[in-house]
Write a protein that binds this ligand. Structure first.
Ligand SMILES: [Zn+2]
Length: 353
C-alpha cells in the first residue's frame, strides 16, 4: 500500500511538473495563503491560512551514491534535482538570515533554508560543488569530536558494526527484534532498529550497549580511517570562505535529554568555541542531535539560549512562521530523486502541514 502511494506521488508529481501545472498551483496557493484571513474570502482546499509566509528548513545528512557502511547517505542525483528545484522556484536563505527575517516579520516568498547535519566529508565532496554551481547558501552543523580527528560518531560506529558482521542474525539486543543479517536490506533494517534502541539510552548505558553490540556481532575496534568519513578543518574553512555557514551540533552527539544539564552546557559551549576558533566567526545556530521531541526539553532550550545561540533546529517535520519559537524550529527531509515528486511533497508541506 505504501509502495503504491509512493508510486502514485511519483507519477502525479512528474506529470504536474512536466506540464508546468505544479508551478502554477504553487503560485496560486502562494497568493491565497499569504493573505491574512480577513484580507480574502478565497479558500484553497486543504491550505492552512497563515498571517505570515512559511520558511521550510530542509535537512540532509550524508550525500553520496556508494553503499555506505555508515548511516545511509541521500543519493547525489536526488540532491542535485532538489537543488535545481529550489534554485528555480525558491528564495534560498542561510539560517541566520532566515531567523533575522522571522524576527522582523520579513519572510520572502517561497523561503527555504538548506541544512546538512553532522559534518560528513561528502558535504564537501558532493554537496558543496553543487551548491556553489547554483549559488545556493547552506548551513552545516558540526559534531566537533569527529571533525579533523579521524573519529566517527557513535551512531556511525554502530551502523558500521552491523554492516561488517558475518554473524547471520542479530537477536537479544536490547528491545530490538531478531534481524536476519544475510542481505544488505536485512542489515539496513537492523541498523535502523539498533539506532532506535541506542537513542533511548542514557550516555553510560549507550556506551555499554555499543560494546555489547560489538561482542554480539563479533566486530571489534574502529572503522578504517580511509576513506575518511568526516570533514577536516581545512575543508570547513574553505567552505566557510566560499559562503557556507556552520552551526554547532555538540561535541560527541549525545541525546541531550539523556545527559545532565551541566553536561549539556559543556557539549554546547565546547562545540561552539571549537568551530569559532577554526572559522574566526561567531556561531549562532544549533541543531539538537537526533532532534525528536523527546531528545530535548525546555531546560535544554534555556541552556541553548544561555550559551549564546540565536536559534536551534529539531528534526520535527513542518514549516516555520514569524513568531514561532526560534529554539524549536522544524525541518523537513525529502528523499524523492525526481523533481516532480519532490516538488509535490515540498508544496504539500509548505501549505498543508
Ligand atoms: Zn546529527
Amino acid at each position: 500500500m505504501g509502495a503504491l502511494k509512493s508510486l502514485g506521488i511519483k507519477a502525479i508529481g512528474a506529470l504536474l511538473h512536466r506540464m508546468g501545472i505544479l508551478a502554477l498551483i504553487s503560485r496560486c496557493v502562494d497568493v491565497v495563503q499569504k493573505s491574512s484571513a480577513s484580507a480574502t474570502d478565497v479558500h484553497f482546499p486543504c491550505v492552512q491560512k497563515r498571517s505570515s509566509r512559511p520558511i521550510q528548513i530542509l535537512m540532509y545528512h550524508g550525500i553520496g551514491d556508494e553503499r555506505s557502511p555508515f548511516l545511509g547517505p541521500a543519493p547525489i542525483r536526488g540532491f542535485t534535482n532538489q537543488l535545481r528545484y529550489l534554485a528555480e522556484y525558491c528564495h534560498v536563505l542561510d539560517l541566520e538570515e532566515a531567523v533575522e527575517r522571522m524576527q522582523h516579520h520579513d519572510v520572502p516568498h517561497r523561503a527555504v533554508v538548506i541544512t546538512l547535519d553532522d559534518g560528513y566529508r561528502d558535504s564537501y565532496v558532493n554537496a558543496f560543488p553543487r551548491l556553489q554551481e547554483l549559488n545556493l547558501p547552506a548551513t552545516i552543523f558540526l559534531a566537533t569530536a569527529a571533525i579533523g580527528t579521524g573519529n566517527v560518531l557513535w551512531h556511525d560506529r554502530a551502523c558500521w558494526m552491523v554492516s561488517q558482521t558475518s554473524i547471520p542474525a542479530l537477536e537479544g539486543f536490547g528491545s530490538c527484534p531478531r534481524y536476519e543479517l544475510g542481505t544488505w536490506e536485512g542489515k539496513q533494517a537492523a541498523q535502523e532498529a539498533v539506532l532506535w534502541y541506542l537513542r533511548s539510552l542514557d550516555d553510560q548505558h549507550r556506551i555499554e550497549a555499543i560494546e555489547q553490540l560489538s561482542t554480539k556481532l563479533q566486530v571489534f575496534g574502529e572503522p578504517d580511517p580511509e576513506p575518511r568519513l568526516m570533514l577536516n578543518w581545512e575543508e570547513v574553512k574553505e567552505m566557510y570562505q566560499a559562503g557556507i555557514r556552520f552551526g554547532a551540533h555538540t561535541v560527541s552527539h549525545p541525546i541531550l535529554s539523556k545527559i545532565s544539564l551541566p553536561a549539556v552546557a559543556a557539549e554546547l559551549r565546547e562545540s561552539k568555541e571549537t568551530i569559532e576558533q577554526h572559522i574566526g566567526c561567531r556561531v549562532t545556530t544549533f541543531a539538537y542531535p537526533s532532534g525528536r521531541p523527546e531528545d530535548y526539553n525546555s531546560d535544554i532550550q534555556q541552556i541553548v539560549k544561555q550559551e549564546g545561540f540565536g536559534c536551534a533546529v529539531s528534526t520535527v517535520s513542518g514549516a516555520n512562521y514569524a513568531g514561532d519559537d526560534l529554539f524549536d524550529l522544524k525541518r523537513v527531509g525529502y528523499w524523492d530523486q525526481d523533481i516532480g515528486p519532490f516538488g509535490l511533497r515540498f508544496e504539500y508541506t509548505r501549505f498543508c502541514a
